[in-house]
Design a protein around this ligand. Sequence first.
Ligand SMILES: Nc1ncnc2c1ncn2[C@@H]1O[C@H](COP(=O)(O)OP(=O)(O)OP(=O)(O)O)[C@@H](O)[C@H]1O
Ligand SMILES: [Mg+2]
Length: 337
Amino acid sequence: MASVNLSNLSKRFGKVEIIHNIDLDIKDGEFVVFVGPSGCGKSTLLRMIAGLEDISAGSLMIDGKIANDLPASKRDVAMVFQSYAIYPHMTVRDNISFGMKVRGIPSKEIEAKVREAAEILQLDELLDRLPKELSGGQRQRVAIGRAMVRDPGVFLFDEPLSNLDAELRVHMRAEVSQLHQRLANTMIYVTHDQIEAMTLADRIVVLRKGQIEQIGTPKELYERPANVFCAQFIGSPKMNILPAELIADAPTDVVHVGIRPEHLKLADDQGRLSGTVTAREYTGSSALIHVKLPSGQTVLLVTNGSETGATGDSVLLNFEMEDLHQFDQSGNAISQS
Ligand SMILES: Nc1ncnc2c1ncn2[C@@H]1O[C@H](COP(=O)(O)OP(=O)(O)OP(=O)(O)O)[C@@H](O)[C@H]1O
Ligand SMILES: [Mg+2]
């Protein structure tokens, strides 16, 4: 097990700097998830930790030791990629044991490690199969197995589930979570998937254009986003952002306010906002209602599926002031007392 500390870490490709002065302390055994828009530098940062990209400036410590110039194989990390990267001509057993054979580990020990990994990942019955005889989820488990037998201090995952179908993702998400509970290794996990980030993370790191926008527990990010960007990045459907003048009792330095779709309610008589329903998307357990305000802006609200509000209806909307997020001129959150 190992802690990971990034200090002033930067990365340039040629003249272009794409990771800027990242400071981040990841505790031993912590599960940290990187999220952010495509191209913000999540994979690059992970690859810098793995030793697959060199570090342009700053320092990387793994388990308290400077690791900037350590080769990948000496870093006590193992990485799992989106595209499994397992050998097609090797059986599951050989895929998992290959790295250990190369390192000259005695075959008894290899056998024991393969057995243990296969048991944890439910691959015991599949050890003699080739990758082409496996489902996507099983292939990804082989890739995880191969990382596991290295017994790394730190697991690095780059969107490991994004090639899987929805049902398998849910299943594998639970498996990754159990794996973390069981192994207690430090895990750094990149994902595009909100639910994965929220359910797996001890802490989420929101990245944007190579910088950290916010670090916090899933609850902190949901309840107290640091700025408009984080407010709209975490939560689905995303937070409605409105000009503050639409809300009567907002303080004067507030320029924008935010309200999550799940915190907006249809009101019977008195509403803080009014508008016209322009669309209604029924999903069974809930409905997503699009309401166009007199200003022309559309807000979304989530209601339970049985609520009324047909297209063309005039409606009143309400919310609790405590669910209102307030942002200043630069989009930074103004903390509510
Ligand atoms: N080898 C490279 N040479 C030049 N630029 C690169 C290289 N690798 C990545 N980049 C650039 O660095 C930026 C960050 O890329 P990165 O792959 O880290 O993004 P990401 O956050 O993982 O995106 P995605 O969510 O799409 O996977 C992008 O603008 C990308 O074009
Ligand atoms: Mg990526």
